[in-house]
Design a binder for this molecule. Structure first.
Ligand code: B12
Length: 211
């Protein structure tokens, strides 16, 4: 088993105590941090999702895997970060109302930060009005982004975009949306300015939006 496969297996089976050591060892062995993230960690969460759908694992197992992933990402974090902090301006991010998933949102925030933005993270289950409040608090912010992981919260995503537009920000900020059930077609339909399928492409899109 390769080190990356070991990391994936540790996340799938929720080995919270082993993950930090494993990720450190793999980095020390010279492995690319982006490869560890995508092929080890993100892939493992996909496997857990499929197992959950097949009733092979349940919410408690998903939670332990999520906790394991978060610990692993903390070890990777300094290796993924750039040093151009805040140069590109501010970037507001949050998970939509009704949705508690934050691993993808946190990865997007990490990559966007690496691209030089200052992150204002509103957390999870964020009511639409909180995005407007944050924009009023940070009038120099040019991009706001919303994550949704549940098909049942896609309607809240649409509502959040409307509330931001109605709050007077239609032509002032760009809205990015994403998360597993979101597509380009859906993003267009709800009037968002951009969608990307993953954190890496979210970072380049954010730079494009402010350039
Ligand atoms: C971990 C997990 C949980 C954890 C979350 C812990 C946490 N802190 O995040 C817990 C246990 C809490 C959980 C709870 C539930 N979950 Co859950 N969960 C997952 C799981 C296994 C992994 C999600 C994840 O972290 N993926 C890894 C990250 C890296 O990927 P990602 O989030 O998609 O993000 C990437 C992209 O989408 C994109 N992206 C994400 N956000 C954004 C934002 C922008 C702006 C952009 C541009 C891009 C972008 O970039 C990211 C990085 O590349 C998924 C399965 C799956 N395949 O997604 C199910 C899944 C999302 N959950 C599901 C369900 C049903 C639930 C529950 C309803 C279960 C229950 N019965 O209680 C609850 C809902 C709770 C709530 N109200 O939110 C279903 C959703 C089904 C559906 N179609 O809606 C899934 C798909 C599992 C399944 N296959 O059935 N879950």
């Amino acid at each position: 088993m390769s080190k990356i496969q070991e990391i994936a297996a540790a996340i799938e089976s929720g080995k919270v105590k082993l993950i930090e050591g494993l990720v450190s060892e793999t980095l020390e062995a010279g492995e690319d941090p982006n490869k560890i993230l995508d092929e080890g960690m993100v892939a493992a969460m996909g496997v857990i999702g499929a197992k959950f759908q097949a009733n092979d694992v349940f919410v408690p197992e998903m939670l332990v895997s999520a906790k394991t992933m978060k610990k692993g990402v903390e070890v990777l974090r300094p290796h993924l970060k750039g040093d151009s902090l805040g140069k590109m301006g501010k970037y507001i991010i949050g998970t939509v109302a009704g949705d508690l998933h934050d691993i993808g949102k946190n990865l997007v925030a990490l990559m966007i930060e690496s691209a030089g933005f200052e992150i204002i993270d509103l957390g999870v289950d964020v009511p639409a009005q909180h995005f407007v409040d944050a924009l009023n608090e940070h009038p120099d912010c040019k991009v706001v982004s919303i994550s949704a992981l549940l098909t049942t919260t896609m309607e809240a995503l649409k509502n959040t975009v409307n509330v931001i537009h109605d709050g007077g920000f239609k032509d002032k900020v760009k809205i990015m949306v994403g998360g597993a059930p979101v597509t380009q077609e859906f993003a267009d339909k709800i009037g968002a300015d951009a969608f990307t399928p993953d954190a890496g492409s979210a970072a380049s899109k954010a730079v494009e939006l402010v350039s």
